[in-house]
Design a protein around this ligand. Structure first.
Ligand code: ATP
Ligand code: MG
Length: 409
């Protein structure tokens, strides 16, 4: 048997990027031979094994044929006769379809190295169109390598457009899509992921609620960029620049969905867009079965981001409601993430990227003020049950009044 390094490890070495996980392909071997060498099988359907020591993935060279809709609709053929070239041709991009042996001799039948030099994300063969997940993968690689100058080859974009129009994208499972979306959002330029999906028509299918924001104007006084879609991309860009976690990036992407529902007569104003957007945020959350912390933060940021911006003008009673809604006493981290999302929203505007955001410290101070209310004295005064809850609220309100007065003095 011959063993080759494939995929990301080869690509990233040639790019001079750190290689994290290595995928291997094994040519000329049978399952029985692999098991005899101590490899552990991964799944029932795939001829993939884990190395007994390193735990890295070793796949038998295989060919694939599409036999139905979605990813379940694939049949694999692995046998010792399958060649390296046959295995490489089923891969998505030419830059991912190179192999190298233990002497670093490159096998590159589809000219991946040339595309690396030309900074092109190009599909390997027309079989690209057999798996709609590749649309998301290409957009994710575009986001990852945008800083190096990579773009999607026009003929690949055409195929992605055909896939988006064919209805095949709808066959993707929530799990497979979310895995790509969440990884793409964590790249350095997540806005490029959304841009590429939009360019090939996939955004309209996957997240029509986000697609609908493009072409919707906002008041120039607050939004020099005017367009709500452009604003959303800038907010995402800021979130990545400030190394925000996935929860914050997801909330940034979805925070303004309500603006897509504003009747044109009301443009460029968006009255109550925070509230109107909630059902759309919920729909997108559920479509991709986003993790609970992402879902929750997106809904809270959608509902309250304007409160965040107006923090210094909020009445103590409104401040208290905000803090209660976030359960800031038990979930301080979530409130920090809310503040971060609001700040990214404020900076994701043309020419305002460097602005200061005093609301952040003001909100933190308010949370601290409310938190300092001690429960023990109230218990000692005989409060219990719902009355205790009311008494705590009253004390917190008092603390917030004092805080606000001190802050504006
Ligand atoms: P990363 O750095 O994100 O891990 P990678 O290229 O290693 O990038 P993997 O998802 O680990 O990506 O997949 C390993 C290789 O398997 C890819 O380089 C590609 O050749 C192939 N591959 C993975 N998923 C697909 C797919 N859906 N369609 C075609 N080829 C794929
Ligand atoms: Mg990999």
């Amino acid at each position: 048997m011959q063993i080759y390094k494939v995929g990301g490890a080869v690509r990233d070495r040639l790019l001079g990027k750190p290689v994290t996980d290595i995928d291997w392909v094994v040519v000329g071997a049978t399952t029985e031979e692999m098991l005899a060498k101590g490899f552990r099988p991964v799944g029932a359907d795939f001829p993939v094994f884990l190395h007994p020591k390193s735990g890295e993935e070793y796949a038998l060279a295989r060919t694939e044929r599409k036999s139905g809709r979605g990813y379940g609709g694939f049949t694999f053929h692995a046998s010792p006769e399958v060649t390296l070239e046959e295995d490489l041709i089923r891969r998505d991009l030419t830059i991912n379809a190179m192999a190298e042996d233990n002497l670093q001799n490159l096998t590159d039948p589809y000219h991946g190295q040339q595309d690396l030099e030309n900074r092109l994300l190009r599909h390997v063969s027309p079989a690209f169109a057999e798996d709609p997940l590749r649309v998301l993968r290409v957009a994710r690689f575009a986001a990852r390598y945008a800083a190096l100058g990579f773009t999607v080859a026009p003929e690949t974009l055409d195929l992605m457009r055909q896939l988006s129009e064919s209805g095949e994208l709808e066959a993707l499972t929530a799990e497979r899509s979310w895995k790509e979306i969440s990884r793409a959002l964590m790249e350095d330029q997540p806005q490029v992921f959304i841009e590429v999906l939009r360019e090939c028509g996939a955004l309209k299918v996957l997240m029509p609620e986000v697609d609908a924001l493009f072409g919707v104007p906002q008041p120039e006084a607050h939004h020099p960029e005017i367009d709500t879609g452009v604003h959303t991309l800038s907010v995402l860009e800021q979130a990545a620049r400030h190394k925000q976690p996935l929860t914050v990036r997801w909330a940034c992407l979805l925070h303004d969905l309500g603006k897509g529902l504003t009747p044109e007569e009301e443009w460029p104003r968006h009255i109550a867009h925070e509230h109107k957007g909630l059902k759309l945020i919920k729909a997108v959350n559920e479509r991709f079965k986003a993790p609970k912390d992402c879902q929750e933060l997106a809904l809270l940021v959608g509902k309250y981001h304007t409160h965040g911006h107006r923090a210094l003008e909020l009445k103590p009673s409104t401040l208290l409601e905000l803090l209660q809604s976030f359960d800031v006493y038990r979930r301080p981290q979530r409130f920090e993430e809310f503040i971060a999302a609001c700040e990214m929203d404020a900076r994701g505007r043309k020419g305002l990227e460097q602005r200061s955001y005093p609301q952040a410290d003001y909100l933190r101070g308010a949370a601290n003020a409310a938190r300092t209310v001690a429960v023990q004295p109230l218990l000692e005064n005989g409060f219990k049950g719902p009355e205790l809850g009311e008494a705590i609220k009253r004390e917190r309100l008092k603390a917030l009044k004092t805080y606000k007065e001190a802050a504006s003095a």
